[in-house]
Design a protein around this ligand. Structure first.
Ligand SMILES: Nc1ncnc2c1ncn2[C@@H]1O[C@H](COP(=O)(O)OP(=O)(O)OP(=O)(O)O)[C@@H](O)[C@H]1O
Length: 251
């Protein structure tokens, strides 16, 4: 379902991704751990072409992201084609990124109506169902400012699901939340994982990684240095720097 091979990315002199390769099957959950600045967000942004890779390839469901291949040559896709690809990949950010002037249900329905041209009544009905599935069926008409951080993040997850993506990327979805609200968002992630949604989740929530991940990846200085089943990576890390990181986040 997702296949990343040899991805490099620099910003000026900073070589942020140094040959990252990763693959994940449909219906699996990959949790990405790693210290600040190791390149986790950049990797997610390369997967949906919010950042262009310098070299390497990203394929989602067999489709090359950002490019069309003709023989040995790669041609960059048009902005419109990139937007279409991006619609198949949900992205949930740390800071919710909801439109403040739209209600919860409008935030969810906006993109499927404008980007995919789907019928309004049907999209609204589905948006309400999605709100119910994240435990917010009674808050459809609330504006983001009237919702807690945890509720806003659950709306943002429902919004990502409304586009029926093949894959959802989560970039530290709980890190902007007060500790007592983290659990409610993790519960939604657990439900999605149990329902077979393909997800890549950057998080420091080790408990979630242990319970819900099929694969745990540890990134350090732009490279994947550990990759395996949760128990293998979390309990028997091979590298000293992974051990040091885990001892800090587990405390
Ligand atoms: N658009 C950009 N321009 C310049 N430098 C960037 C840009 N995006 C990221 N970087 C740099 O790339 C490095 C990796 O950043 P990235 O956000 O991918 O790390 P991260 O592992 O997600 O860190 P954190 O856990 O703190 O979010 C950092 O040094 C960051 O400053």
């Amino acid at each position: 379902m997702i296949e990343i091979t040899g991805v490099h990315k620099s910003f000026g002199k900073a070589h942020v991704l140094r040959g990252v390769s990763l693959s994940a099957k449909a219906g699996t959950v990959t949790v990405v751990l790693g210290p600040s600045g190791s390149g986790k967000s950049t990797l997610l942004r390369c997967i949906n072409h919010l950042e262009k890779v310098d070299s390497g390839r990203v394929r989602v469901d067999g489709e090359l992201i950002g490019y069309r291949q003709a023989g040995n040559r790669l041609h960059e896709l048009s902005e419109r084609q990139i937007l279409r690809q991006r619609a198949g990949i949900g992205f949930v950010f740390q800071n919710f990124n909801l439109f403040p002037h739209l209600t919860a249900v409008e935030n969810i329905a906006e993109a499927p109506i404008s980007a995919q041209g789907r019928p309004r009544a049907q999209v609204y009905e589905r948006a309400r169902e999605l709100l119910t599935s994240v435990g917010l069926g009674d808050r459809a008409d609330a504006y983001p400012r009237q919702l807690s951080g945890g509720q806003q993040q659950r709306v943002a997850i429902a919004r990502a699901l409304a586009l029926e993506p093949k894959l959802i990327l989560f970039d530290e979805p709980t890190s902007a939340l007060d500790p007592e609200l983290v659990g409610e968002v993790l519960d939604v992630l657990r439900d999605l994982a149990a329902g077979g949604t393909t997800m890549i989740v950057v998080t420091h929530e080790i408990g979630f990684a242990r319970e819900a991940a099929d694969t745990v990846v540890f990134m350090d200085e732009g490279r994947i240095v550990e990759q395996g089943a949760p128990a293998q990576v979390l309990d028997h890390p091979r590298h000293e720097r992974t051990r040091a990181f885990l001892s800090k986040v587990l405390v």
